[in-house]
Design a protein around this ligand. Structure first.
Ligand SMILES: [Zn+2]
Length: 245
């Protein structure tokens, strides 16, 4: 293939733009916030599970407390009724029976109140656990929001640079003859993103092989408008004053 040395050198500009575009795409895919955000999402899930358990324990304790309170209310109603009866009876037998029942009801109420105290403590403990979990959640949420904002800002910066670089590429690509551009694209697709490389001090900038012997002779013999390729990596070798030929 033939192309003027100037057109061939334009390929180096195009290559540096393409390399930059590749770096920007890689940066977008591997922003430093991505890994910590994934880790925070895992922690958030774990904390949500722990919170569900803690809420379950709290609800159990609260309903047990409600049950005890209603038991106490029943006992108190019976105490009131028996006390009232006691005041209105003249039968010694009834008095004895009512007094015995009142004694046992008083014992029952006292037992229930002791249980209530224990369960109240459980409710309070469970509330403390839930609110400490909520604090953890809030801390995770604010960390996530901060990292997301950082990531979006970084991505925005990369996005702007990418748009500018893409516009630069259009301009440079428009100045390269179509056939040479197509050849470059083909080499680039096969050369892991590098289609054209500068030959500097007889060394290929694409694969770092230094030309010697007949390979070097062949490049030296090529006309300036011959498009030469690296014998090792097949990439387009662009010759300049730096090529050491
Ligand atoms: Zn090479």
């Amino acid at each position: 293939m033939k192309a003027t040395p100037a057109d061939q050198q334009e390929l180096l500009r195009l290559q540096s733009i393409d390399t930059r575009l590749q770096q920007l795409a890689h940066k977008l895919g591997a922003l430093p916030q991505t890994a910590p955000l994934a880790e925070l999402a895992q922690r958030e899930t774990a904390v949500r599970g722990t919170r569900a358990e803690a809420i379950g324990a709290l609800e159990d304790a609260r309903s047990e407390l409600t049950r005890l309170e209603s038991d106490v209310a029943v006992v108190e109603a019976r105490i009131a009724r028996d006390t009232d009866r006691l005041q209105h009876t003249s039968s010694v037998k009834d008095v004895q029976a009512l007094e015995a029942e009142l004694a046992s009801l008083a014992k029952r109420r006292s037992d229930l109140e002791d249980q209530e105290l224990v369960v109240m403590e459980r409710v309070e403990d469970a509330e403390v656990v839930v609110s400490s979990i909520d604090l953890q959640r809030a801390a995770i949420e604010s960390e996530v929001a901060e990292l997301e904002a950082e990531r979006d800002a970084a991505a925005g910066g990369i996005g702007v640079e990418r748009e500018q670089t893409e516009r630069d590429r259009e301009v440079v690509a428009a100045g390269v003859p179509a056939e040479l551009l197509a050849f470059y694209e083909q080499r680039r697709a096969r050369g892991a993103g590098v289609g054209a490389a500068l030959l500097r001090q007889r060394t290929c900038g694409g694969c770092t092989m230094t030309l010697t012997g007949s390979d070097l002779e062949q490049v030296r013999r090529s006309a300036p408008d011959d498009v030469v390729q690296c014998p090792e990596c097949d990439r387009i070798l662009v010759r300049t004053d730096e090529s050491g030929l």
